[in-house]
Design a protein around this ligand. Sequence first.
Ligand SMILES: CC(C)(COP(=O)(O)OP(=O)(O)OC[C@H]1O[C@@H](n2cnc3c(N)ncnc32)[C@H](O)[C@@H]1OP(=O)(O)O)[C@@H](O)C(=O)NCCC(=O)NCCS
Length: 260
Amino acid sequence: MKFETFERTVPFRPGWKREYYDGKVHLRPSWVTIDYSLKLTQRPERPTHGLRMCEATDRAQLIDAFIDSFCYAPEYACDSMKSYRKKAAEYVDGYFGSVRGERSPCSTVLEIEGQIVAAALVKLRPTLPPLLDCLFVRPACFRRGYATIVAARAVNRLVAHGQPILRSGAMLANEASIAWHRSFGFLERPEYFLAQSRYFNAIHERGRLEKCNLATAEQLAEWDAKIASLKDEFERLSLAEDRSNKPLTAEVLNHAEKAK
Ligand SMILES: CC(C)(COP(=O)(O)OP(=O)(O)OC[C@H]1O[C@@H](n2cnc3c(N)ncnc32)[C@H](O)[C@@H]1OP(=O)(O)O)[C@@H](O)C(=O)NCCC(=O)NCCS
């Protein structure tokens, strides 16, 4: 592909690294993430055959469903198939083990014709609210409401156990996950690196659209308004970050490195 074609056809997307070299497009997800929080209240549930608690005997089925579900997601886009399979097994073993907390009995799966097609896996943490550790649906079943069904059942179980809040997370590059979290009612927790990433992405995309003559004056004005609002949020969080006077811990430095 010629550089001019790359510029015209490949947009800057939040959470994605966009590069061109050796005559080729190189797209990779960055590790900028969004933290979510949900105030828990009872959810309406529609009667669904095959909805049940996740059991320890589901290990092999969950690995299979995980591999299928994440095949179009950005999380493992840079992995070989071998490493992807290994990470899927590691994730499921960690879920059944004590990684990020203890497995919650509220974790829910949806099984159809002997196959797990959707899962909402929850972890309990001693000093923090429970975490929606992983949510996935097999691609053949996307947009049938299955993620909402398993998550609603998990939420109702958490409510019955007296839990007031559920945390979750998504990669900024994972548009489906972000859309789902919004639709389910999760709220984003403001975060400096996230605001920075969105702000600079919008600046670059506006620049590309103008340079390639791909936007009308009206559309560019809309981008300017969006950039102004993202800038406000970025500056507000920059100030908060400065004021907090936090030393740059290894975790922050690592995050900054990954966000590049
Ligand atoms: C994200 C994911 C779990 C959503 O599952 P799903 O069963 O398709 O979601 P639902 O049918 O419950 O969607 C409910 C709403 O979320 C939003 N939504 C879900 N997927 C979306 C997408 N790809 N694009 C835009 N909106 C989407 C929509 O508002 C949708 O309502 P609608 O279909 O009436 O428009 C699924 O795409 C998935 O498993 N992806 C791969 C694994 C993954 O990324 N997991 C999340 C990791 S944090």
